[in-house]
Design a protein around this ligand. Structure first.
Ligand code: PEP
Ligand code: MG
Length: 545
């Protein structure tokens, strides 16, 4: 038996045979070309074919895997049409007088290195996408079939690979996949996201010890420990079979909670909503029976774009989510860019302390034209559902008043232009700085609700950079200081008769659910996949005890 250790991205156990993912790698040669313009035209032609192919795949995949997972092909289309990406390819063809395949290969390497060097985990995950899109172009240029091989066996299997490109993951026959084990991968890669949404174990970062020689070999994946057992011995098999049975029983039990109330034994109720990062995530909100969306991180629109998203683009995205949620609450957080979330076109200066820097509401208040575009889109979209607006990184009452002035200007402008919008939109702020918690008595007079961003509140209270892995041993997510600030904000919210929720990761920490209920927290917004676990916890609590 061989035991490999990696990082788990979903806690569950699976037992089966490994199918090592096979793909045809293109070998790229550097060829000198004399007619560079003809070569550029060849690139343009391949690009157009690629865009069309991705469009078809998108349509096809919507039918087979659903909107959410098919969305990756739309992202790939955008990447293929990205100006920087295309300029780089054309530039290499012209200046180095080389073939398109070579220019695409170099550009793919450069862009993927650039993504990998970024601080933001989501952006690092995009390195795989740019390689994937480039591979597609190269296959088109060489006239190869674009379909990838997958195993033809009828059995279910554990997919092993060095890494899986998003389009490869999406095209797998998911009814046959028991789990994923990858040599590389990041926890925000598409494979990881998919594994979480499919609710199957996935382990990344197993390294080269996960060899292709294991194709067809018996294996157990333990997503609770991040261990992979190759050719397990009888004792391990029995132990893990039991672990799997326990996990299956728990999952089964959770499914029975769909449609049930989030109510404690003594009758205390709480709302459990889901956090989303893009309109495509709405499917998971329904699949996990969340009561609404407690945090829609609107940054995705900015991070996925190579320029400021237009009012129309934003309007359509917000409208889509509001309509799909059909009257259920959708709390959209305004732009929270800066610090770990960077978009080049904002041209933000380098800062020594970016987490304490020019970010979120600070950008919006100093660049009102960017803020107003988003507010116009939000107030317009609010006509189509139950939208609330929430502002991040608040530290003072003055900021909230300034926001209100800008909102008033936006409404006047919309009115003058005769553009329909909703006048009264529920408005809240994130309590994610100690300053906001400490003056929450004053802030509560200004807004309709609070939502506690425990990720930032913890980082700022404990002075622990949330991005710095080395500080893990110093980080205590249950630190009394953070809990006291949450309690203070809850008391002040209720004194003013407004509601308060938690949308940071701590909201899903079931060890604290009872504490939050005792504080009177009204709403918990958690990853969609954790909604039922939190519901289960709520239903096991008796506050009279
Ligand atoms: C938080 O800070 O807890 C939060 C929810 O916002 P983000 O993680 O996007 O900073
Ligand atoms: Mg935050």
């Amino acid at each position: 038996m061989i035991v490999l250790q990696g990082k788990s991205v979903y806690k569950d156990v699976c037992i089966g045979k490994i199918s090592f993912y096979k793909r045809q790698e293109s070998i790229i040669k550097r060829i000198h070309v004399t007619d560079v313009e003809a070569e550029v035209a060849r690139f343009q032609d391949a690009k157009a074919k690629g865009v069309a192919q991705l469009g078809e795949l998108h349509e096809q995949m919507i039918q087979t895997v659903g909107e959410a997972d098919a969305a990756i092909f739309e992202i790939h289309q955008m990447m293929l049409e990205d100006l920087d990406y295309c300029d780089s390819i054309e530039n290499i063809i012209r200046t180095q007088e080389v073939n398109t395949e070579y220019a695409v290969g170099i550009t793919a390497d450069n862009f993927s290195d650039m993504f990998l060097a970024m601080d933001d985990e989501y952006m690092r995950g995009r390195a795989a996408d740019v390689k994937d899109v480039s591979e597609r172009l190269i296959r088109i240029l060489s006239g190869q079939d674009t379909r990838k091989q997958t195993t033809t066996s009828n059995d279910k299997y554990i997919v092993a690979a060095d890494d899986l490109a998003p389009s490869e993951t999406v095209q797998l026959d998911k009814s046959k996949v028991l789990g994923f084990i990858l040599q590389k991968g990041s926890s925000s890669s598409h494979t990881a996201i998919l594994a979480r949404s499919m609710g199957i174990p996935a382990i990344i970062g197993l390294g080269e010890n996960l060899s292709e020689e294991y194709d067809g070999v018996a294996c157990i994946v333990d997503g609770f420990t991040g261990q992979v057992y190759i050719e397990p011995d009888q004792a391990t098999l029995e132990e893990l079979q039991k672990k799997k049975a326990d996990s299956d029983a728990k999952k089964e039990l959770l499914q029975t909670l769909k449609g049930k109330e989030n109510v404690t034994i003594d009758g205390t109720k709480i709302n459990i909503y889901a956090n989303i990062g893009s309109p495509a995530d709405v499917a998971k909100v329904f699949a996990n029976d969340a009561g609404g969306i407690g945090l829609f991180r609107s940054e995705f629109l900015y991070l996925e774009n190579s320029d400021f998203p237009t009012e129309e683009q934003q309007f359509l995205a917000y409208k889509q989510v509001a309509e799909n949620m059909a009257g259920k609450k959708v709390i959209i957080r305004t732009l929270d860019i800066g610090a770990d979330k960077q978009a080049d076109y904002f041209n933000l200066d380098h800062e020594d302390n970016p987490a304490l820097g020019y970010r979120a509401i600070r950008i919006c208040l100093t660049q009102p034209e960017i803020f107003k575009t988003q507010l116009r889109a939000l107030y317009r979209a609010a006509c189509f559902g139950n939208i609330s607006i929430m502002y991040p990184m608040i530290t003072s009452v003055e900021e909230v008043r300034k926001i209100k002035e800008i909102v008033a200007e936006v409404k006047t402008e919309l009115k003058e232009e005769g553009v329909p919008f909703k006048e009264d939109v529920e408005t809240g702020i994130m309590i994610e700085t100690p300053a906001a918690a400490l003056i929450s008595d004053e802030l509560a007079k200004e807004v309709d609700f609070f939502s506690i961003g425990t990720n930032d509140l913890t980082q700022y209270t404990l002075a622990i950079d949330r991005q710095n892995q080395k500080l893990e041993p110093f980080s205590n997510t249950h630190h009394k200081a953070v809990l006291k600030l949450i309690q203070m904000a809850a008391e002040n919210a209720h004194k003013e008769g407004i509601w308060i929720g938690i949308c940071g990761e701590l909201g899903a920490d079931t060890e604290l659910t009872e504490t939050f209920l005792r504080m009177g927290i009204d709403e918990l917004s958690v990853s969609a996949g954790l909604v039922l676990q939190v519901r289960n916890q709520v239903r096991s609590i008796d506050l009279n005890k």
